[in-house]
Every structure is written in structure tokens, then in C-alpha cells.
Design a protein around this ligand. Structure first.
Ligand code: BES
Ligand code: MN
Ligand code: ZN
Length: 508
């Protein structure tokens, strides 16, 4: 899709479709006002006759405009309900874009002038609205068709050009930057979704490693290094290797380095991703229902790769190193058994009481591996616990940290990017549950507070870092008829890194 900023008034505009938002009450946006006047109180009549109420998500396409609107040169008008003006928020804004673009796919419009950015949104400026429009439009156009023998053709493939409304000439440069950012974030999300939606047989640890190499090839600023099981053995990654033991697919440790800062010596921010390409639970086998969704157990890895694509596209002046631990978790005669004790790269020993708590087992070695990069901060991203879904649902990502400032900065970035996240507690009480009679620690505690216990397990390996952990088990994908990866938390992470790269004075 091509995006261009436009300040023109909607009259005289030769275009496939005008998109205009309407609130339920009288608050007309400038374009709604123009339309109302151009069409002899057209909107007032529409409301009075009961053909349109403006309730959120409602759409109406108007054809044959010449008689009703002699001054409007567009082929169609698409009205979109924005709901009550005083209840208008980020979610309604996004839903209205979604409603509009779903509707547009059933038309033959080739180009569109979207004026939804005119709707006033508390605390959000034009820049934010344009950026979010681009992200949502790309999201609406996304489909995972790689494995269909007949590509779906219900999309309006004719739609190629979107004009996005800005008020004044003076806003154009900023709005263009918003388009660039929106496109970069959307591209990162698309990569993240596609890697996630691929089935486990087509997205193995080796496949993920190849994807990382491909990303690195696209940018001079990136380099990629893959570590195989023999090298892991040498490094003493007994914990990571204990998870891959049951699988025929070899584990991979992927390092993708992005140098955006002028100096390669600037300390990087490390992003660590859980890349379990299928989690059956291992010998502690999961129940069968919805087990297919455990192909999404690599969304931490996918979102880290997506974020690197976004920041490299934006050429952010910052150094970032991504470390991804990737493996399958399967049962077999060779698989790790409950009660087995392994030695992690840090030298600490772990009693594996449940082979289904494998995420922390691979992340602890990836975190120790990070030490060589002397990172100024480490953020790991993982579909780590079912417990976080109980706590925060499918709406919020859980943010754990050993540094309150970092935790707050991540929550702030989640608000800015409207990729919601919430601070979660780390407390010694949770940590005590990891005591083992036979090793330095067990890999599980009790059921209650499971996501905080898991975070504390990771916390035992990050004492030397300013560290945060994002548990995305509830937010990385959707189940049911809309089953699919969401592309989260690419917006949060990209926003966080943008904030970091613009606040150089930050000593963190
Ligand atoms: N990948 C799962 C977490 C998960 C479960 C994500 C459901 C999304 C939906 C993780 O490896 C796991 O199995 N965690 C266990 C830990 C338990 C054994 C302590 C869990 O949450 O049940
Ligand atoms: Mn598991
Ligand atoms: Zn898992």
C-alpha cells in the first residue's frame, strides 16, 4: 500500500472513495461539516431518517454522488460511525479504521482519502493518529496465505493508494514521518505475525535461524551469528540443551546484532526471545485441546526479530543485540524426565520438576550468554506462563523487572504505542518457592502466582543486569475463529527503543 499526506479539502477531489467519520451526536469533524453543506444538510437528513446513527463500527457506502453533491468529484463516500464523542478513545479510533477498511475491500475503489484523523482524540496528536492509521490499515490487509493452495481473493486488490488527511501544510513533514514510522512498525508486526502463524513443521529452530540470516542480509547495519548444539555444549548450556534433547530438530542460538549508533562501542540494549517452535510440554505432556496453538510458543523470538526489522528500517541511532534461544519441546526416549538435574551455563544447577516449564530453562542460558555484550539493559520477551493470561487476560502484557525505572519506561512505551502492558510484582516470597532439596533451584514453584515465580527464576540469572521480562502469553496471538498472531509487542518494543535512542543523556 502507498501512503501520502494530503491537506486538500475533499471537494473537487477525483478519488475512488472519501472516508468520513461521524459521531452519534452533533460534533461534526471538518470533513463531515463540508459534506453536510455540500449536500443540502445531507447528514442531518440521514440521521433523521434513521439510515445512520454514527454508532461505533457502523458503515454506509454512498454511490452516485453527482445529483446529491454536485461539488464532490469522488466516486463514493464511506461513512464510518465513531460512537459517542465523549467516549471516543484509542480503541474506538482503531476499530473505526478497521471497520472502514473491511468495508472498502468490498468496493472497487483504487484510491482513498481517509479523513478519520480529524476526530479529536484526548492526548493524541495528528502524528500519533496518522501512525496508527498506517499500522491498522496494514493490519487489515494482512493475511497468512502461504499454506493455502488457492490464494484468497476476497480482498480488494485494486486498492493501492491511501491519502491521509492533515489540516495544514505545516503539518505535512511531521505526518510523513508518522507514515514512515507506522510503515516500519507495521512491517515488523507483519514479519512477527507470519513467523508465528507458520506451522511448527515449517518453522523449526533451523528455519528461524535462516529467517534471522535473511533479515541481516537486508541491512548493512546488521550481523547474524548462529550457534549449534555442539557449540552450546562447549559453552556449558546444559539447561537449554535439556529442552531440545527430546526433539529430532537441533536447537539454535541466534544472535542478531544491530549497530545504529555511530560508535560500535556504545553499550547495546539486549532483547532476548523465547523461540520454542513447538511446546508439547515434553514428558510432562500437555492436554490435547488447543495444543496446536503451542506453535505460537516462539512469539517472543518472532517479536524480537520483528522489532529489529522495524528499528533497522528506521535507522534508529542505537545499538541493539537480539539473542534468541530456539528449540522444540517434545517427549521421546531421550527427553529430559521430571526430577532430572542439569547444569546451566551460569554454573547453577536446576532440578527439572516439570518439563513443561521449559521457557525459563532456555532463557536462563540465553541470558547468561548476553553477559559478553555488556548490555546496558536486557529485556526478555516470552510466552512464558498460562498464569499471566489468568492475571491480565488477552489485553495486557505483563512487565516484570529488577529496576523500577525500566519497568515504568516500558509501561510508558506501551501507552504511547497503544500496545498495552502492566507492571507485575517480583517478590522474594515468590523466589523462595524455587528452593530444591537436590539442586540449586527447581524450575517450578506452586501453581499460584505462577508468572511471578517464573519471573523470579529468570531473575536469578540477571542479577548483573538492569533487566525486564515481558510475559506475552496472553497477547501474542488470538484463539477461536480469528486465530492468528497479533504482532505484539513489536509496537511497544519499537517505541521503547525509539524513546531510548532520543534520550541520549539517560544514564540507565
Ligand atoms: N508455553 C507455555 C506457556 C503458555 C501456556 C502460553 C498457555 C500460552 C498459553 C509454557 O512453556 C508452559 O507450559 N508453562 C507452564 C508452566 C508450569 C508448568 C509451571 C504453564 O504456564 O502452565
Ligand atoms: Mn511449556
Ligand atoms: Zn512454552
Amino acid at each position: 500500500m502507498n501512503y501520502t499526506v494530503k491537506v486538500d479539502n475533499l471537494e473537487k477531489l477525483r478519488i475512488g472513495c472519501l472516508v468520513i467519520g461521524l459521531f452519534t451526536d452533533k460534533g461534526y469533524t471538518p470533513s463531515a461539516k463540508t459534506l453536510n453543506e455540500a449536500g443540502d444538510k445531507f447528514i442531518g437528513k440521514l440521521f433523521r431518517r434513521g439510515d445512520f446513527s454514527g454508532k461505533k463500527g457502523q458503515t454506509l457506502i454512498i454511490h452516485n454522488l453527482t445529483n446529491q453533491f454536485p461539488d464532490i468529484a469522488a466516486q463514493r463516500i464511506l461513512l464510518v460511525g465513531l460512537g459517542d464523542k465523549d467516549k471516543f478513545n484509542e480503541t474506538v479510533f482503531e476499530e473505526s479504521i478497521e471497520a472502514a477498511f473491511k468495508q472498502l475491500t468490498s468496493t472497487g475503489a483504487k484510491d482513498v482519502f481517509c479523513t478519520l484523523s480529524e476526530a479529536p482524540l484526548d492526548g493524541r496528536d495528528l502524528f500519533w493518529k496518522i501512525r496508527q492509521e498506517v499500522i491498522m490499515i496494514e493490519h487489515c490487509g494482512y493475511q497468512f496465505a502461504e499454506c493455502k493452495s488457492h490464494k484468497k481473493d476476497d480482498m480488494n486488490n485494486k486498492l493501492q493508494q491511501i491519502y491521509l488527511k492533515a489540516e495544514h501544510r505545516g503539518e505535512v513533514a511531521l505526518a510523513e514521518q508518522a507514515i514512515r514510522e507506522g510503515k516500519a512498525i507495521a512491517d515488523g508486526m507483519t514479519l512477527c505475525k507470519t513467523l508465528g502463524n507458520r506451522p511448527g513443521n515449517l518453522c523449526t529452530p533451523t528455519d528461524l535461524a535462516n529467517e534471522a540470516k535473511n533479515i541481516a542480509k537486508q541491512f548493512k547495519s546488521m550481523k547474524c551469528k548462529i550457534i549449534d548444539e555442539a557449540a552450546m555444549e562447549k559453552l556449558g548450556m546444559g539447561s537449554l540443551l535439556s529442552v531440545s534433547r527430546g526433539s529430532e530438530q537441533p536447537a539454535k542460538l541466534i544472535t542478531l546484532q544491530y549497530q545504529g549508533a555511530k560508535k560500535s562501542t556504545d553499550k547495546p540494549i539486549a532483547l532476548v526471545g523465547k523461540g520454542v517452535t513447538f511446546d508439547s510440554g515434553g514428558i510432562s505432556l500437555k492436554p490435547g485441546a488447543a495444543m496446536d496453538e503451542m506453535k505460537y510458543d516462539m512469539m517472543g523470538a518472532a517479536s524480537v526479530l520483528g522489532t529489529l526489522l522495524s528499528i533497522a528500517t528506521l535507522e534508529l541511532p542505537i545499538n541493539v543485540v537480539a539473542v534468541i534461544a530456539s528449540t522444540e519441546n517434545l517427549p521421546s526416549g531421550k527427553a529430559t524426565k521430571p526430577g532430572d538435574i542439569v547444569t546451566s551455563m551460569s554454573g547453577k544447577t536446576i532440578e527439572i520438576l516439570n518439563t513443561d516449564a521449559e521457557g525459563r530453562l532456555i532463557l536462563c542460558d540465553a541470558l547468561t550468554y548476553c553477559e559478553q555484550f555488556k548490555p546496558k539493559q536486557v529485556i526478555d520477551v516470552a510466552t512464558l506462563t498460562g498464569a499471566i493470561v489468568v492475571a491480565l487476560g488477552h489485553y495486557l502484557t505483563g512487565v516484570f523487572s529488577n529496576d523500577e525505572k525500566l519497568q515504568q519506561a516500558l509501561v510508558e512505551a506501551s501507552k504511547q504505542s497503544h500496545d498495552p502492558a502492566w507492571p507485575m510484582p517480583m517478590d522474594d516470597k515468590f523466589d523462595q518457592e524455587l528452593e530444591s532439596n537436590f539442586a540449586d533451584m527447581a524450575n517450578i514453584g506452586s501453581r499460584w502466582g505462577g508468572s511471578s515465580i517464573a519471573a523470579n527464576f529468570l531473575g536469578r540469572f540477571t542479577k548483573n543486569f538492569c533487566w525486564a521480562h515481558l510475559d506475552i502469553a496472553g497477547t501474542a496471538w488470538q484463539s477461536g475463529s480469528n486465530k492468528g498472531a497479533t504482532g505484539r509487542p513489536v509496537p511497544l518494543l519499537t517505541q521503547y527503543l525509539m524513546n531510548q535512542s532520543s534520550s541520549k543523556h539517560d544514564t540507565n
